[in-house]
Design a protein around this ligand. Structure first.
Ligand code: C5J
Length: 230
């Protein structure tokens, strides 16, 4: 039986099996000075506020042996998977592929492309490199989810209105029941974050649900600690 998790616009049906945590793009490129987010003129320090909540969710999913998928946005070194429209867009100080203080901007394998140390994956946890904003586009995320019988996604990470929202919409269209964690996602623009939360849960949850980290953690404990103890 699903356990109701306090959420908006109404309780989220936390399933007995089939739940996974998605952590979007908690990589140095977006969160530390000298990366892509900084090159675009953003105050990257704003994004650090969610690290404790994402870490608490990561710890809980590990405790209950539930799958965790992290993504990193990045391109192949020859940029063959980066459309010129993406590289040329905007007037950033550095463009995708340019050398920067943390290596080449938004290129897979460069120091800036690494997940921040506070959220480093454990051996065996899956990292999905993605060339786009959505985590399903040109990746094997869906194959991983199907292989593990995942039906419900708890979604966290940055930035709320770009890669997080795009991923949530892609997942919703594929039939996943998605919960966006309000204080475990962040934007460079507080008003865009707020608007995204409202868009997701409007019209009876047209894209899914939103809930606090605390609500997720306490309901996870109620639902899964007995299963782990057995
Ligand atoms: C952006 C992302 N904002 N991870 N990427 O370009 O949201």
């Amino acid at each position: 039986m699903p356990t109701p998790l306090p959420a908006q616009p109404y309780p989220y049906p936390l399933p007995p099996t089939g739940l996974a945590l998605i952590i979007i793009d908690m990589q140095r490129d977006f969160i530390e000075p000298g990366g892509f987010g900084d090159a675009l003129g953003n105050d990257v320090g704003l994004l650090r506020a969610i690290i404790p909540q994402v870490r608490a969710l990561q710890d809980a999913f590990r405790r209950y042996n539930l799958p965790i998928f992290q993504t990193v946005e990045g391109h192949l070194p020859d940029l063959s998977d980066c459309p010129p429209s993406k590289r040329d867009r905007g007037h950033g100080a550095l463009k995708i592929g340019d050398p920067g203080p943390m290596g080449r901007i938004l290129v897979l394998g460069e120091p800036g492309n690494g997940i921040i140390p506070e959220l480093a994956p454990l051996p065996g946890e899956v990292i999905i490199p993605k060339p786009g904003k959505g985590a399903f586009y040109a990746t094997d995320l869906e194959a991983h989810l199907k292989a593990q019988g995942v039906t419900h996604l708890v979604i966290t990470g940055v930035t709320t209105e770009v890669c997080v929202q795009t991923t949530m919409r892609e997942a919703n269209d594929r039939g996943y029941e998605c919960l966006l964690v309000e204080d475990a996602t962040e934007s460079y623009f507080p008003e865009f974050k707020q608007a995204t939360l409202e868009m997701v849960r409007a019209q009876g949850g047209i894209i899914g649900w939103t809930a606090s980290t605390e609500a997720v953690l306490s309901t996870l404990a109620a639902q899964y600690s007995a299963q782990v103890a057995v």
